[in-house]
Write a protein that binds this ligand. Sequence first.
Ligand code: U2F
Length: 459
Amino acid sequence: INNGVWERHVGVFAFPFASHPKHLLNLAQRLASAAPTVVFSFFNTAKSNRALFSELNCDNIRPYDVSDGIPKDYSFVGKHPEDMISLFLTVAEEEYRRAVKLAEEDIGLRISCLVGDAFLWFSSQIAEDMNIPWVSYRTGGTCSLSAHFYTDLIREKSAEDKGLRGPDNEVADLIPGLSTIRLGDLPVGVLFGNLESPFAVMLHKMGRSLPKATAVAINSFQELDTELTKDLSSKFKNFLNVGPSHLISKRKPSSKIDEFSCISWLDTQKPRSVAYISFGTMCKLSPDELVALAETLEDTKTPFLWSLKNDSMKHLPDGFLERTSANGMGKVVAWAPQVQVLDHFSISVFVTHGGWNSVLESIGAGVPMICRPFFGDQQINTWMVERVWGIGVRIEGGNFTKDVSRCALEQILSLNESSKKRKERIEALKELANKAVGPNGSSTRNFETLVDVVTSATL
Ligand code: U2F
């Protein structure tokens, strides 16, 4: 206990959507426990702060609220999550600047370093105006970060070469360190989609801002993407892979309760038999896809644990929940303790949207994946899973039908040579991931550098 006399004050800017704030807070917690004489102000929207801090009791992390930019009486009907992001971005920079002043007055100490979600490119300008270092933290993967960093180059190359325009073209050496990429798998907004949308512009600005950062930290481990890491290390001042973060926090006892008793249900299942299904915090299957996947699970008698949002449950086939729970074949829950679930001996495959944290958590547990990407970086993550690391498959044609679901399950669950190879490769990556966060591992050493950058900044 510091008695409130802090040596330094660090500002942490969260991007208040999907699982981003949770992962920023996780980084803040790691930093706060490595530097107990430093106080961290955590800037985030009120709603997200309330959810995160109801479970957290950490003396040297203080929540400060910023506005979400949603006007009073705003109608949410028919709105997309991207609309919320656009509203937030219209007020964000001003809001963080305001809240920083408030936190400095409140704590009685000037902020000496800013750590921000990489999406919040304007943190670079705020830090420059305050004359302090800025650390950009990427919650996604190195592959998509690189695509955003090279967006201008990719667009220039595609403008010059007509062959670089079709989404199905697989192009060599487009991104340094990535031998090939299917153009349609570049993150949305790099080459395809609405390049002028606030979200695409944000990502483009993120890519351009990174070389200005004193450090770019990322929730990954360098052994996963050796060549991409080598390239970005020559472009950024301190490119620091400090993850997988869940393997570090997992070592501490978790207070989070398994509300729906997923683990005790998994305990009753056979080893490597259960498909775990989750599409992250934002993505939802269409009713047709949901039915196709559910029917395939029943037809193929594949045991499953499905994390499904409450508002999607009504689209499940009639009697599906009753039948599959009565015969012990399946369990549908509104939320699962994913990291613990993936680590369970009974899990055979992860059916995922390819969100970065899900991919990393699957690698950390050695569980092969079936990917059904929706948007953003999920396509490029899927490309890496299937084509670069060889640890999973992408579903045919982009959507679940009964045939497509059956074929994907067969590919992963059969005992043939390619399935065995996939399992071997993901086991090898699991070992590397655990080594990276172990004593003297690459991520452990990188994290020490990060702590130095964040805490030794002088005013
Ligand atoms: C956005 O992705 P999401 O937040 O939707 O998905 P993930 O990055 O895979 O993170 C989901 C997290 O939520 C946890 C799970 C992950 O840490 O363990 N979780 C859980 O514990 N229980 C559940 O029942 C369901 C989820 C975006 F959409 C992606 O494209 C990006 O890659 C990602 C990172 O920037 O953010």
